[in-house]
Design a protein around this ligand. Structure first.
Ligand code: FES
Length: 349
């Protein structure tokens, strides 16, 4: 499966990019180096020197520029070579690709399409550490699996009952009850009431209640989810529509997650999670992060094993179920956007 290029991909947490310390990541098969210049400007370049392809991420920041530490070519923030030690003439082709890059919601976002068409308004509205309402922890996992399989997992929570039996302790209801799935311009929305059950492990107060969860899964692979638990009968009182979160008894949390395809069959999965200040503190955040580490490890075991089976299958085919509605809608949207990008490129040529 191919991926949308005209989109913002999460490359790192903000705190991963130190002052004047080049950071390397591969996105959509392209090596990218990101650094903060002396003036604290964020710069993203192709991580492959135009001279002999040494990684610029092993280079040295010099003011606003980055020097390749193999033979010393010096690169401007726009990717042009500014200096070749011992050579006066700099050829026109002496440049590497530069990427549009933005720091927002505690993430570093890189636009993988033409930098001139980068549209900041398309950055998904994630919740960062600077959000006044949520106390968040964060982490990431590297997958030996294609990003699409992780997206598919996040687009169908019927797996919670089985994959996360040991961590979340999700009931059968997660597999049997279907969420309301709504297509969005750049994603899919999932909303669900689970009524008359105790909370999942880690947030179980032993009392039966109605649980609301809602998340958007957005291009290129960003999940933004909130929810909480309410008095029994709230779902019915709301006609099974969205409640006012201010009426929650507790358990309001927010999680932002992003799946970034690196190579064809590797991906990085970024996540944050934590309680609303009214419903928890740093201790609860730490407990949730411990739970997340366990649960997301369970996903990784299953998805990497799934990838190995797919790779060993000559003509892999799937058989969708009714739980796959969101998966199908999202993957169709990706295909549509990729087709539109390819048509635009053809027309431009
Ligand atoms: Fe970068 Fe030679 S490879 S200067």
């Amino acid at each position: 499966m191919s991926y949308v290029r005209n989109a913002w991909y999460v490359a790192a947490w903000s705190h991963d990019i130190g002052a004047q310390k080049p950071f390397a990541i591969t996105i959509l098969g392209e090596p990218v180096v990101i650094y903060r210049s002396e003036s604290d400007r964020l710069i993203a370049l192709e991580d492959r020197c135009v001279h002999r392809m040494a990684p610029l991420s092993l280079g040295r920041c010099e003011g606003e520029r980055l020097r390749c530490m193999y033979h010393g070519l010096l690169f401007d923030p726009d990717g042009k070579v500014a200096e070749i030690p011992g050579q006066d003439i700099i050829p026109n082709q002496a440049r590497v690709k530069s990427y549009a890059v933005i720091e927002k919601h505690s993430w570093i976002w890189v636009w993988m399409g033409d930098a001139a068409s980068a549209d900041e308004s398309l950055i998904p509205p994630a919740v960062g550490f600077d959000h006044p309402d949520f106390i968040l922890g964060s982490g990431h996992l590297d997958y030996a699996a294609e990003a699409r399989l992780i997206n598919d997992n996040l687009l169908d929570f019927s797996h919670l009952t089985y994959v996360h039996a040991n961590s979340f302790g999700a009931t059968d209801t997660w597999a049997r009850n279907r969420p309301v799935v709504t297509p969005l311009a750049r994603g899919v929305r999932f909303e669900r009431w689970i009524t008359g059950e105790a909370g999942m492990r880690g947030r179980d107060d032993g009392v039966l209640h109605d649980r609301w969860t809602s998340y958007d899964f957005l291009i290129p692979g960003v999940l933004l989810m909130t929810g909480g638990y309410f008095e029994p009968g709230t779902a019915e009182a709301c006609n099974h529509q969205a409640p006012d979160l201010d009426d929650a008894l507790g358990g309001i949390t927010f999680t932002s997650q992003a799946v970034t395809p690196m190579q064809a069959k590797t991906a990085r999965y970024f996540f944050s999670w934590g309680p609303h200040r009214r419903h928890g503190d740093e201790a609860l955040r730490d407990a949730l992060m411990k739970l997340a580490d366990m649960a997301f490890g369970e996903d990784k075991v299953m998805i990497e094993a799934q990838q190995r089976v797919i790779d060993a299958t000559p003509d892999p085919r799937i058989m969708p179920t009714s739980a796959d509605k969101g998966v199908t809608l999202f993957n169709r949207l990706v295909e549509k956007l990729v087709r539109a990008e390819q048509d635009a490129l053809r027309n431009a040529a």
